[in-house]
Design a protein around this ligand. Structure first.
Ligand code: AMP
Length: 422
């Protein structure tokens, strides 16, 4: 399938070519024609599937085809994309810039944590597409800077995360201000019952697009779990990071304080690390992210909220320093790696008290994440065995057989695997 076969207009095809895309991804093949017909869409797709272009491209085309021709002056907001985090909002805005560069359509992004002045000036000049996080959007609506009564297309992106982050009431408030007659596009990587209920209340006879089965763990991501005592996690992390083949990794933690502490400890060991979480200023978050993306930073220690939707090319490793207590979050986290056909490894640390989280993850993803031997395991294993008879049995440590890779599996052996013995 080629983009030309999707009925796209020349300015958009030209922009896609400039981006270097040769073929649409499966979610794009399925979604673009539906969105172009004006129907509502319920999309279930994992991150990294090309979801943003799947909605941005047909939105731009629809707005372009029905534009008034008025240049400048007051314009109504015609499309709104609501997304949970500032980082995602920025990335979506960049996508609208990339795909819409030859359409003459305007787009703006607003999010909290920065002064509103620049955003309100931009809004005064009019915009066709607004990308927003819920808090700042409501704030500016309440102040009379934003009216959505002429909105034509509404996108709710990463809906499951929106709910996890407690945005349900904000979403409801925004939806109350939208015209009844509109097109709604709803995207979520996972579809637990509360998300399906929200989708039902927002969508009218939606077409459904599902790229991978609900909550299937990202394909191509090799996963393993390290049973470890909470107090030994930092040492285990240090040990794992001795493996120089881990060029870049995101380490997920549950708390902002934890992220700061781990990053500080890594820096003490001369590992280039920085923390990313919601208490950091927007400037500092963008700076950290840029350093991580351009390779100056080896380890990004992040909370879920901050890391949501981050798209880093060639990210091979994700480490769950803490297991998430919401199983769907695990799917999102490991979705940071293994993108666009790349290899991915997800390493999770599991302390005794996190065993219930691991059990729910295994249940949700319909798999049993294999456990790995490592130098700090025994005491944790004994505890885990007391807590769960299914836990792997603690055995005396023995040297790793030569034909086993770093995850203790026989099937994949490469040179790097022989460098470190977990
Ligand atoms: P997303 O799922 O929207 O976060 O997209 C993941 C990555 O895939 C982004 O870096 C996009 O630039 C890239 N991408 C989106 N569509 C295509 C395509 N058709 N061909 C190649 N790369 C793409």
């Amino acid at each position: 399938m080629l983009f030309e076969q999707l009925g796209l207009i020349e300015p958009i095809l030209k922009a896609i070519k400039k981006e270097g895309y040769t073929q649409p991804t499966p979610i794009q093949v399925q979604s673009i024609p539906i969105v172009l017909t004006g129907k509502d869409l319920l999309g279930c797709a994992q991150t990294g599937t090309g979801k943003t272009a799947a909605f941005a491209i047909p939105i731009l085309q629809q707005l372009y085809n029905t534009r008034s021709g008025v240049q400048g002056g007051y314009k109504h907001i015609r499309a709104l994309v609501l997304t949970p985090t500032r980082e995602l909002a920025t990335q979506i805005d960049e996508s609208f810039e990339a795909y819409g560069r030859f359409t003459g359509l305007k787009h703006d992004v607003i999010f909290g944590g920065v002064p509103q002045h620049r955003q309100t000036i931009a809004l005064r000049n009019g915009t066709d597409v607004l990308i927003a996080t819920p808090g700042r959007l409501l704030d500016l609506m309440n102040q009379g800077y934003i009216y959505l009564d002429h909105l034509e297309i509404f996108v709710l992106d990463e809906a499951d995360r929106m709910l996890d982050m407690g945005f349900i009431n904000d979403i409801k408030k925004v939806v109350r201000e939208l015209p009844q007659q509109r097109q709604t596009l709803f995207f979520s990587a996972t579809m637990p019952p509360n998300i399906a209920k929200l989708a039902n209340s927002l969508l009218y006879k939606p077409e459904k697009v599902e790229i991978t089965p609900v909550s299937t763990t990202a394909e191509r991501v090799e996963q393993c779990v390290f049973f470890v005592k909470k107090k030994d996690k930092q040492q285990l992390l240090d040990h794992i990071l001795q493996d120089k083949s881990i060029k870049r990794t995101i380490v997920f933690t549950q708390t902002k304080h934890g992220a700061d502490r781990i990053a500080k400890n890594l820096r003490k060991r001369n590992i280039n690390a920085d923390a990313l979480h919601g208490d950091k200023s927007q400037a500092s978050r963008q700076n950290t992210l840029a350093n991580f993306k351009n390779g100056r930073l080896r380890v990004l220690v992040a909370t879920d909220i901050a890391a949501r939707g981050i798209d880093v090319e060639a990210l091979e490793h994700v480490i769950n320093y803490d297991l998430p207590n919401v199983s769907e979050t695990y799917v999102h986290r490991i979705g940071r790696t293994g993108r666009a056909g790349a290899t991915g490894y997800a390493l999770s640390f599991c302390a005794t008290e996190e065993r219930p989280f691991l059990n729910s993850i295994n249940k949700l993803t319909k798999q049993k994440i294999p456990s790995v031997r490592h130098p700090f395991e025994e005491s944790a294993l004994i505890e885990a065995n007391n807590a769960d008879p299914d836990a792997p049995k603690a055995e005396p440590r023995r040297p790793k057989p030569r034909n086993r890779n770093r995850y203790g599996r026989k099937d994949r052996v490469d040179k790097r695997d022989q460098k470190i013995d977990f």
